[in-house]
Structures are given as C-alpha cells and as structure tokens.
Design a protein around this ligand. Sequence first.
Ligand SMILES: [Fe+2]
Length: 188
Amino acid sequence: MIDYNSIIERYYDPATPLYDVLMVHSRQVAELAAQICERLIAQGVPVDADFVYEAAMLHDIGIVKTDADGIHCHGTEPYIKHGTLGRKMLDDMGLYRHALVCERHTGAGLSLNDIETQNLPLPHRDLLPVSVEEKIVCYADKFFSKTHLGEAPKPMERVRLSMARFGDESLQRFNEMAQMFGEISEYS
Ligand SMILES: [Fe+2]
C-alpha cells in the first residue's frame, strides 16, 4: 500500500478546513468504493481493492490548485481542471496508475466530444474511466458532495439528474456503471 496520508499532507495542512473537505469527502468515496469492490470480488470479478482505496483517497488531490471558495480552495485554476491537475501531481511522484484515476473521474468521465462542445479548458482527448478500478472511483464519487460535507449518499435519481445535465452520453455512461456496480440503495 502507498502512504496516501503523507502524500495528501504534502499539499494540505491538517489544520485547515480544506484538509477536512478533502479527507471527509475522499473517505466517503473510498468506503463506498471498498464496498463495491467487495461485492464484485464476491461475484468473481477481479478487482484490485487496495489500489481502489488508495486512488479514491487521492482522486481529488488536485482541488488545492483550483479556485473554489465554497470548498476552501484558494488556487488560481478553474475547478473543472482538478482532475488533470491531480494527474500531473501524481505523475510527478511516479504514481501513474493513480494519476489516471484523478484525470478520469469527473462527471461520468468526459469525452472529447463533451470537452469540445462545452468548450471546457481541458486537453482535447477522452478523459473517460477505462479500467474497472477507474470506473468504481468515478461512480462512488458521484454520491458524495464536498459542499454538503459528510452528508449521506445522494439518492440515485438526484445523481441521474445531475449527469443528464451534461448530456445523454454522460447519463448513459453513468447508467452503465450503475448496472455494473449496483444502485446506492444496495449499500449500507
Ligand atoms: Fe471527488
């Protein structure tokens, strides 16, 4: 296992509200992701559960570089870039596989088409979760807010509505993950 806490503490001071935002959110995502892994393993699906937990703890590490006052981020970059910023941070540490989880977790993933049609300040290529591990973190993340920190998971229908706002393809990708990993009501 990698020491994700010391990686986080390189960028986040534990005495700050931003640290709490990152840790509370990331733990909620990691715990749900761990339950999804258990269920898949019980079904005979091979999943690297240790990697999923680590990657879930690190998936939002890039938020520190963004400008999002509501969640105590006082950087300069647009929030939508937190995934690609996180990828760069982890790539620089040689954590290439974890880095891809950062880059591929936003929404239900972002396709080149999404990026072009919505004119997003992101590289012009697909930023879609590919491996089962990448998909688990992307999916689990959708149920937990950082603005309403520590709340119970969002109901399925609310997540579906927010995915639909990014278009039919996004909703379809979310539904495919829900098919693979189960509805939130199936988890405690
Ligand atoms: Fe997240």
